[in-house]
Design a protein around this ligand. Structure first.
Ligand code: ADE
Length: 221
């Protein structure tokens, strides 16, 4: 984008031009706290998000919570107080992993999103709001849950992707990151398509057709 300024100084007409470049350098940095980092990387380093990462308008970091285990066995879960089935993810490794990310990023108070079926339901509107952030931290839970104390300490948003229960937060985090990514400048080839596409503007898109003009007796209308 060019911006021209002009003025008269002692009878001389001066004109100068500012050039504004759209900065496609890491418009969005995702940081995912997970026990399955490879799942996140495999899921997002492909297709449109993979291309955007290579282009430099997105970055995705998968932080292995197990690397922050504080006992010699490397375990990150324990039995629930009060009994009950399953294991609960411990507070300390998650807290340390999150602090480590926060130390490295420039956003002073990043949003930390905990994926859970009890959270606020994810929507396109929420994606638009989140796409304006520079850094987003996702916390993926597993087993029977996460020690509530660390959630109270670090989480800013608890989000569900729908009224059903998955085995962990990785797939929901990937759904959110994929949705948010396509709203980040430079990720789609044509930035306008994100704005005008059906879901974003709450309209239903027309059915799409391509060649051949007739397929098994069905013609393109
Ligand atoms: N973890 C398990 N089920 C989930 C859901 N539906 N949404 C977000 N996180 C989850």
């Amino acid at each position: 984008m060019c911006f021209h300024c002009a003025c008269m100084v002692e009878g001389i007409f001066l004109i100068w031009t500012y050039n504004f470049m759209i900065d496609e350098e890491n418009n969005m940095n995702f940081h995912v706290l997970t026990l399955f980092p490879q799942m996140i990387l495999d899921g997002l380093n492909t297709s449109i998000t993979g291309r955007a990462i290579k282009k430099g308008c997105l970055s995705i970091e998968a932080v292995n919570i197990r690397d922050y285990a504080t006992n010699k066995y490397g375990s990150v879960d324990d039995y629930p107080y009060g009994g009950g089935a399953g294991m609960v993810m411990q507070a300390e490794p998650i807290y340390l992993a999150c602090q480590d990310v926060m130390k490295r990023i420039s956003t002073p108070h990043p949003r930390v999103i905990y994926l859970s079926p009890q959270g606020k339901t994810f929507s396109q509107k929420m994606a638009v709001e989140l796409s304006k952030e520079e850094d987003l931290i996702f916390l993926c839970g597993h087993y029977e849950g996460v020690d509530e104390r660390v959630l109270e300490m670090i989480v800013t948003d608890e989000v569900s992707i729908g009224d059903y229960v998955l085995t962990g937060g990785e797939l929901p985090a990937m759904v959110m990151m994929d949705t948010i990514s396509r709203l980040v400048p430079g990720v789609l080839n044509n930035d306008d398509s994100a704005v005008f596409e059906s879901f974003h503007s709450n309209l239903l898109e027309y059915p799409q057709y391509t060649r051949p003009a007739e397929f098994m007796g069905r013609k393109v209308p």
